[in-house]
Each structure stands twice: as structure tokens, then as C-alpha cells.
Design a protein around this ligand. Structure first.
Ligand code: KIV
Length: 272
């Protein structure tokens, strides 16, 4: 295994498999709008996920369930207009692929055609195999998502760590293998024990990107607004905050209000 870092002008699904083979970890972050996507892409992140977490982060819903396909396409097309290097993955929202593979294919085609994104992500294993296969027949790259799958929150009832018990861990491993065999180009593993994350990453040849899945996987993903510290109410153990933007922004807004009220803003230099 080489540790030399290859420079990629543009990340493709092939580059990601190559990165795994070369032992280079993959960095993935979310973005839902043009301005954030531009900053994230220029920073050099490998994958930008237009996650259905937009339902929480952008729209303030309690879960990811309410976001619609049209809203995901709006977010995805804004992101695509900003990027030069990253691979863009878009979540298929709840209700657009489960239990109906024709519907799944139509939803994936709409995302690819109307947003210009490069791939889609679906949550689940065996139960959505037919939908994944059908999307793949259209030449659309698919990223899997196992472990904590927020679209099924009402089935599980909590956001706690998944697959701690042997039987759930076994099912997850079987599903992961199946997703690779179907032809998924990568897999997100959310909130599972680090040992299980490492085992799955070792077993598969496709990259496994973790969020709360330990350091033994092939890459990491975080929700950008969380890692920037814009959200205060969400503090899982796996989250590393790189900034406290909530406080920084709050201070800036308060200073602006003060300047407007005191007539300090605008100064002579800030008017025509
Ligand atoms: O929607 C999202 O942001 C996600 C990540 C948490 C992986 O699916």
C-alpha cells in the first residue's frame, strides 16, 4: 500500500476506489447551497453530499422525512453550479424509492437530469436491492447507506448507536456485501461500533465512509453546519467542531445591530 498522495483534478467514482486502494482517506462534507459548496469544493473536499439532512439544517424539520424530491433537486442544482473538483452525491428523499423500483429509477433520473449531480445515495440494504439494481441499470452511480438510517427513525425510535448486537451486526455485514455485489460505488456507515466499521471496510473493495463509525473506515463525513459549530443543539460524541460559528456569527450580528442603532454604520466611506 502506497502512502503517496495522488492529485486529482476531478473526483470520480473510480478515483475513490483508487484512493481506498492507495490507503488515502476520503473526506466528505455536506452542502445544500451554492456559496457553501464553493467554499467546501475549493478547500479540496473529495465528495460533497447534498444530504436530506437539509430537511433539518435548512428547513428546521425534526426529521429528514418531509423533504421532497423537488426540494432536493433545488439544493443539488445550486451545489452543482459551484463545484469544480468534488464528486456530488445527492440523497434520494424518503418516499421516492422504497418499495417501487420504477419510482426509484424515475426519482434518480430526475436528480441526475435536473441538477447535474454525479450520483445518488439511498438508505437501506436487502429491502431496497431491487431499487438500487434498477437505478444502476441506467448508468447512475449509487452510494449505499447502512447503520443508522434516519429515514427509518420511526421504525427504530431512537438515534442511538446501531448494530451493537451480534444479529444486527451480521445483517449489516451481509447488506454491505450485497451492496458491493449489486454495484454500489461506495457506502456510508452511520453510527456503528468502530470495530464493526473497520471489519466492513476491510471486507469490501469499495470505499466505506463513516459518520460515527470509527477511524478504521476509508473516509469520514460530517454535516458541515455541525462541524462549523453553527448548530448548538446537536452534540453527538462523533462530532468534532472545527469552529464555533454560532458564537462568531452571533457576535457579528450584535455588533451590526449596535452600529446601525448608534448610526456608526454606514460611515462616510460606506456611502455614495
Ligand atoms: O443527509 C445527510 O447529511 C447524511 C449524512 C449524515 C451521511 O446522510
Amino acid at each position: 500500500m502506497s502512502t503517496a498522495k495522488k492529485e486529482y483534478k476531478r473526483i470520480t467514482t473510480k478515483s475513490l476506489v483508487e484512493m481506498k486502494r492507495n490507503g488515502e482517506k476520503i473526506a466528505m462534507l455536506t452542502a445544500y447551497d451554492y456559496t457553501m459548496a464553493k467554499i467546501v469544493d475549493h478547500a479540496g473536499v473529495d465528495i460533497i453530499l447534498v444530504g436530506d439532512s437539509a430537511s433539518n439544517v435548512m428547513a428546521g424539520h425534526e426529521t429528514t422525512l418531509p423533504i421532497t424530491l423537488d426540494q432536493m433537486i433545488y439544493h443539488a442544482s445550486s451545489v452543482v453550479r459551484a463545484i469544480e473538483r468534488s464528486l456530488v452525491v445527492v440523497d434520494l428523499p424518503f418516499g421516492t424509492y422504497q418499495g417501487n423500483s420504477r419510482n426509484a429509477l424515475d426519482s434518480a433520473i430526475r436528480i441526475m437530469k435536473e441538477s447535474g449531480a454525479h450520483s445518488v445515495k439511498l438508505e437501506g440494504g436487502k429491502e431496497i436491492a431491487e431499487s438500487i439494481s434498477r437505478i444502476l441499470t441506467a448508468g447512475i452511480p449509487v452510494m449505499g447507506h447502512l447503520g443508522l438510517t434516519p429515514q427509518s427513525i420511526y421504525k427504530f425510535g431512537t438515534y442511538t448507536v446501531r448494530a451493537k448486537e451480534e444479529d444486527e451486526a451480521e445483517k449489516l455485514k451481509e447488506d454491505a456485501k450485497m451492496l458491493e455485489e449489486l454495484g454500489c460505488f461506495a457506502l456510508v456507515l452511520e453510527k456503528v461500533p468502530a470495530k464493526l466499521g473497520e471489519e466492513v471496510a476491510k471486507e469490501l473493495t469499495i470505499p466505506v465512509i463513516g459518520i460515527g463509525a470509527g477511524g478504521g473506515v476509508d473516509g469520514q463525513v460530517l454535516v458541515t453546519h455541525d462541524m462549523l459549530g453553527m448548530t448548538h443543539e446537536f452534540s453527538p460524541r462523533f462530532l468534532r467542531r472545527y469552529l464555533d460559528l454560532y458564537t462568531e456569527m452571533n457576535n457579528a450580528f450584535q455588533q451590526y445591530i449596535k452600529d446601525v442603532k448608534s448610526k456608526d454604520f454606514p460611515s462616510d466611506d460606506e456611502q455614495y
